[in-house]
Design a binder for this molecule. Structure first.
Ligand SMILES: Nc1ncnc2c1ncn2[C@@H]1O[C@H](COP(=O)(O)OP(=O)(O)OP(=O)(O)O)[C@@H](O)[C@H]1O
Length: 903
């Protein structure tokens, strides 16, 4: 025996004797030192310790006594006791352990009782010394006499201590089992299974989502895929195959993981079964140990009985006992106290054992529940595995279906691609001849390109020659066209003039003004005039019961508008653009509408403004070839005095003189001529004339009735293409009232005004009469008016007299006079031989360009035909141009011409 550890001996032998003094110490002292007991059945306990409690053999040392002592010595290492934790903190064993502990405790109590009874009997018998042959089995301590009567006490104490040690070992074993159960629970606990199950569920859900996303991505319509090549579908099919292989690997991994889990579960179940078997074996060994202990107790009782039956040995040690009785008594008391404390500890241990037994029951119940739960988890795992296998199966089927669809689609697309390829090949074969043709064409073109510079030079030279030829042809054509144009222009002038001539160079219109509202209200509201609905050139006048018929060129009824009147005179207006002199004058009694017809009102202008607007429009249309200049002058003749209404001092008298250039033309020195370029200029000219005319008189209305107002418009044109120059003059005259002096009863200045008016109008009549009579001398100089209008009343000039007539019955006599005068004028035709007239000595002209007119514009008027309108109409007009009323009009004109007399 070395160190603190005793080895197990295979034979029974005696070892160091236990010191009695230390054997009688307290259990705490005993547990803190090395102790030895002589136990009769030590092998049983050894077996119990080694098997039931699973103690290490190195930590337990059984020292068996020899056959003489018939006992065994059990030695435990002191360190194992000193290192033990408190019993109350660790006891945890099975019911069999508790039963064993209980049995041992009962046996300790019994031994203590016997010890007490033996001590009492020894005291009663006087004690005795130990005999040599009856020495106690335990070796006596040095210096201390052995006491045969007390030999059983340390033995029993040792037994009690040993039993305590067994209890502690059982507690330790119970604690180890509890820890083992906890470890198993932690290894196979529900938490891990639940975690494993949750992990599997999460993995399963993730696999489902991946499959769903893969399915959606594969089923997603791909418009571009239709046009993709076959290679792309093959790649997709390959990717799908790889994906399927990865899914298969994952499924195999899952299956392996499931197999591992099942393996672990089986191992855990096996381990639990092994533990259960081990527990059952421990129970069985405990029961065997109990039986052995029971037998050993019986043997101890028998031995005690046998020893009790040996009195001689007691007598030997009686004296010694008596000597040591005081100490024994004292020790007995101490032992009793210790015994009581041990009793208390035993009761506590019993209580703890009961609690531990309850805990053991709970542990067993918990273990059962855990097994049930394990079974449940196993079922769930099986279900999860089945679900997983079903999902894997469905995934596999879906994967196969998708792969098949992809293959089918790829095959169809491959087929289409092959067909397209075949078509392309056919096209290629068909295009090869075209390619050869194109190649030959290309070669030809290449050769042409190489030859192009020389061809280009040749073509350019030819083109130049052709262009020169064309230019010469065009220039000659232009010359022809220019000649034709000039001829056509002259022809147009001739036609126009012929038309005017056919209409009559002196035309006479009659306009009847409407009855005003005031005149309608008066008693003299009737009308003496009537019209022919079939002939617009006839006017009927009732006077003194007789109806007089007047035939004129045109009769405008009261409802005729300014525009309608101007439509009839605009042909004359445009004649002045062609270089003719035109004279339009309004004639009639006061208040018959002369000013209204010539000037009009602001809202409805008369001939003056309309004529100027028309001239502007016409010259504007001809701006391509012609340059025109339009100048205007405003002249008033009052009491045979000529005044310029456009100069700053209109009261200055003007004179008419012979042009000093020797041309024989007349002109008005100092006459203001204003060039107009727009209608606004015309308005400004008229406003200036009105202002000047108003400043020159006290009563404008009366003054205007007693004076002649002349608007002289000169149109000069130059054709830059032909070099032609033209100049025409348009005289628009608003004559003074034509009342007879006797009727008006005027005196003084009024008489002089009337005399001047009549003089000028008579001179006008005389001029016209002379023209009609083709007198060699035409008295233009008899009045300022005729003198000023000389060039517009002679030659190829065109004259229009607008006779204004009042419809009132009170003005019938004046209307008759005016109409007779108009009819006399109408019978006159001016000489159309311009050349002869323009070379007449008495001709006048205020235009310095008149010479150029003669030079550049040859006479277009036909040869002079100085016949009256009536005779010319019958001789020159074709039958087709005659109107139904033509013959009647001519006869009436002839009659009227014979009847009318100058005023
Ligand atoms: N055709 C017509 N339509 C409407 N009103 C007219 C027409 N003719 C003349 N009148 C009106 O008759 C009145 C007299 O006209 P206007 O002054 O023109 O006559 P006149 O002959 O010029 O007179 P005088 O010789 O005094 O100048 C004016 O109020 C004028 O507005």
């Amino acid at each position: 025996m070395t160190g603190g550890t005793e080895t197990l001996s295979s034979t029974r032998r005696r070892v160091q004797p236990v010191q009695r003094s230390s054997a009688l110490l307290s259990p705490a002292v005993m547990f803190g030192t090395r102790q030895s007991w002589d136990i009769a059945h030590a092998p049983c306990l050894q077996e119990l310790w080694k098997k039931d409690l699973s103690l290490d053999a190195s930590s337990v040392d059984f020292l068996m006594s020899d056959g003489e002592d018939d006992g065994s010595f059990l030695s435990l290492p002191a360190a194992s006791f000193s290192q033990r934790p408190p019993l109350t903190a660790e006891l945890n064993t099975s019911s069999s352990h508790q039963l064993l502990i209980q049995t041992l405790q009962d046996k300790v109590c019994e031994l203590q009782a016997r010890f007490c009874s033996e001590e009492v009997s020894c005291q009663r018998t006087g004690g005795g010394a130990w005999t040599q042959g009856e020495e106690p089995l335990l070796a006596k301590p040095t210096g201390v006499k052995p006491n045969p009567n007390l030999f059983s006490r340390p033995e029993e104490e040792q037994l009690v201590s040993r039993l305590h040690t067994q209890v502690a070992a059982l507690e330790q074993k119970l604690l180890d089992r509890t820890q083992e159960v906890e470890r198993l629970r932690s290894e196979l606990g529900a938490t891990d299974l639940e975690k494993q199950l949750e992990r599997l569920l999460v993995e399963n859900e993730r696999l489902k989502q991946e499959l769903k996303s893969r399915r959606s991505s594969e089923l997603q319509p791909d418009a571009a895929a239709d046009g993709c090549s076959c290679c792309r579908h093959a790649q997709e099919a390959e990717a799908l195959r790889r994906e399927a292989a990865s899914w298969e690997n994952r499924a195999r991994q899952r299956e392996q993981r499931l197999a591992e889990l099942q393996q672990e579960l089986q191992e855990s179940s096996c381990r639990a079964e092994a533990l259960q078997l081990q527990l059952d074996d421990s129970r069985r060994r405990r029961s065997e140990g109990e039986q052995k202990l029971h037998l050993r107790l019986q043997e101890c009782e028998e031995e005690l009985a046998r020893r009790a039956a040996a009195p001689p040995r007691v007598k030997v040690v009686t004296q010694t006992v008596q000597v040591e009785s005081a100490d024994s008594q004292k020790a007995l008391v101490e032992l009793q106290v210790k015994n009581e404390s041990l009793q208390e500890q035993l009761s506590l241990q019993r209580q703890l054992l009961r609690e531990l037994e309850a805990q053991l029951h709970d542990s067993q119940r918990t273990c059962t529940q855990l097994r049930t739960q394990i079974h449940v988890y196993e079922g769930e795992m099986q279900r999860a595995q089945g679900q997983l296998e079903a999902d894997m199966q469905s995934l596999e089927e879906e994967k196969n279906r998708l792969i098949e669809e992809a293959f089918i689609r790829a095959e169809s697309e491959m087929k289409a691609v092959h067909e397209n390829l075949a078509g392309v090949r056919l096209n290629l074969l068909s295009l090869q001849p075209a390619l050869r043709t194109l190649t030959s064409d290309y070669n030809c073109l290449k050769k042409q390109v190489q030859d192009f510079p020389s061809m280009l030079e040749k073509a350019i030279s030819e083109a130049k020659q052709e262009i020169c030829q064309v230019i010469s042809d065009v220039s000659s054509t232009n010359q022809d066209l220019l000649r034709k144009y000039k001829r056509e222009m002259n022809l147009r002038k001739k036609c126009h003039n012929e038309l005017v001539r056919l209409k009559g160079n002196i035309r006479v219109f009659c306009r009847v003004r409407p009855v005003s509202q005031e005149e309608l209200d008066s008693a003299d509201a009737g009308t003496a005039l009537s019209f022919d609905s079939d002939d617009d050139a006839v006017l009927y006048l009732s006077s003194r019961g007789k109806v007089m018929t007047f035939e004129l060129d045109k009769v405008f009824p009261p409802q005729a508008s300014q525009e309608e009147v101007f439509q009839e005179v605009q042909a004359l207006v445009t004649s002045c653009i062609d270089g003719f002199n035109v004279c339009i004058f309004a004639y009639g009694q006061t208040g018959s509408g002369k000013t209204y017809t010539m000037e009009g009102v602001t809202s409805d202008p008369g001939i003056n403004q309309r004529a100027l607007r028309l001239l502007f429009a016409e010259v504007t249309e001809k701006t391509l070839d012609w340059e025109y200049r339009i100048v205007v002058s405003l002249v008033e003749i009052y009491n045979e005095t000529l005044r310029d209404l456009l100069r700053q001092n209109p009261t200055d008298k003007l004179d008419i003189k012979l042009n000093p250039d020797g041309s024989g033309q007349l002109y008005v020195p100092g006459l203001t001529e204003i060039a107009v370029q727009s209608p606004e200029d015309i308005n400004r000219v008229f406003e200036l004339g009105q202002v000047n005319r108003a400043t020159a008189c006290t009563n404008l209305n009366e003054h205007s009735s007693r004076s002649h107002a002349l608007l002289i418009i000169t149109v000069s044109g130059f054709n830059s293409t032909t070099g032609t120059r033209t100049q025409g003059k348009l005289n628009l005259v608003d004559l003074a009232g034509s009342e007879r002096i006797g009727k008006s009863g005027a005196e003084g200045s009024r008489l002089r005004e009337a005399q001047c008016i009549n003089k000028s109008l008579s001179a006008l009549g005389d001029v016209i009469s002379a023209l009609r009579s083709r007198h060699a001398h035409v008295p233009f100089r008899n009045s300022r008016l005729t003198y000023l209008l000389q060039d517009s009343l002679s030659g190829d000039s065109k004259t229009l007299m607008m006779v204004q007539v009042s419809p009132l019955p009170g003005n019938v006599s004046e209307s008759v006079c005016s109409l007779k005068f108009a009819q006399r004028v109408r019978s006159v035709e001016l000489n159309s031989a311009a050349s002869s007239k323009r070379h007449e000595n008495s001709s006048t002209s205020s235009s310095p360009t008149h010479d150029s007119l003669e030079l550049d514009s040859p006479p277009v008027t036909p040869a002079p035909l100085p016949i009256s309108r009536a005779s010319s109409a019958g001789s020159t007009l074709s039958s087709a141009s005659r109107t139904p009323s033509g013959s009647r009009r001519r006869s009436q004109s002839q009659l009227a011409a014979g009847r009318l007399k100058l005023n």
